[in-house]
Write a protein that binds this ligand. Structure first.
Ligand SMILES: [Zn+2]
Length: 260
């Protein structure tokens, strides 16, 4: 055997155990789809009821709407959220007050009452449980998912992660590896992007068999806005390639992954 061939063989043999175990952990998506796609929308914003839900309904896609239940559009438009749930969209938990860590850079906007640095583990847990009860009163569901506000994980001045308690309350949580290896999850929080950039993101996930988890905020309005046109272009692309993409609410994707 020539020396370079021997080297190649050693490298391949060394990589095999790793790649085999990763492949075994990977979830295969329904009906041979190349990627699972979760379209989710945080913070309970008016532009989601006005623009995102009608667009999803047009293509018969189910999205996940993570409600911070003290936000005005929740109680001002409660019947519309209930109707969205009846249409098959998920109402997800995004806490009561949307607590984030004000000690991190760029967090001047965090209000003192919602400063996660000052929360105890018990406090965040009660807030999560309260939100689940509130959401159950709207949609009657007993199983749902969570998005950590700002994807922050630590309470008690950065000393303790609250993410370990999430599996007690949820079947899945965005940004937190549950039921899937973290290598199979791609997370995107877009703002001011083109439709093509969104399409490139899901397309790359499909090339790799991954879950494309998109966390939107405002659609055609509100904060971290994505235009209705870019959003529509993504939905059109997904609808045009039904064999390539399995699009569903996050709770349904997690139920499927858990069964595997
Ligand atoms: Zn949020």
């Amino acid at each position: 055997m020539k020396p370079y061939k021997r080297t190649l063989l050693i490298i391949i043999t060394a990589l095999l155990p790793l790649s085999t175990s990763l492949a075994e952990d990977f979830v295969n998506w329904p009906n041979g789809a190349k990627a699972a796609v979760s379209l989710s929308y945080d913070d309970a914003l008016n532009s989601q009821l006005d623009n995102a839900i009608p667009a999803l309904n047009k293509y018969h896609f189910k999205g996940s709407f993570y409600l911070s239940v003290s936000n005005a559009p929740v109680y001002e438009r409660l019947e519309e959220w209930r109707k969205a749930a009846k249409q098959g969209h998920e109402l997800g938990n995004h806490t009561v007050n949307h607590p984030c860590r004000s000690s991190l850079p760029g967090r001047e906007w965090v209000k003192p009452y919602a400063n996660l640095d000052n929360y105890s583990l018990e406090q965040i847990e009660r807030e999560i449980a309260t939100t689940n009860a509130f959401l159950k009163a709207i949609d009657g569901e007993t199983e749902r998912t969570f998005t950590p506000p700002c994807i922050d994980d630590k309470v008690d001045n950065g000393k303790t992660s609250y993410w370990p308690i999430l599996s007690k309350y949820f079947i899945g949580a965005k940004g937190v590896p549950m039921n899937l290896p973290k290598e199979q999850i791609e997370l995107l929080m877009p703002s001011n992007v083109t439709g093509q950039q969104l399409i490139d993101f899901v397309s790359k996930a499909a090339d790799q068999g991954h879950l494309a988890s998109i966390v939107f905020h405002g659609i055609g309005g509100d904060h971290l806005m994505v235009s209705t046109q870019a959003h529509e272009e993504l939905l059109q692309h997904l609808a045009n390639n039904p064999k390539r993409y399995y699009v569903d609410s996050y709770v349904n994707i997690m139920r499927y992954a858990k069964q595997q």
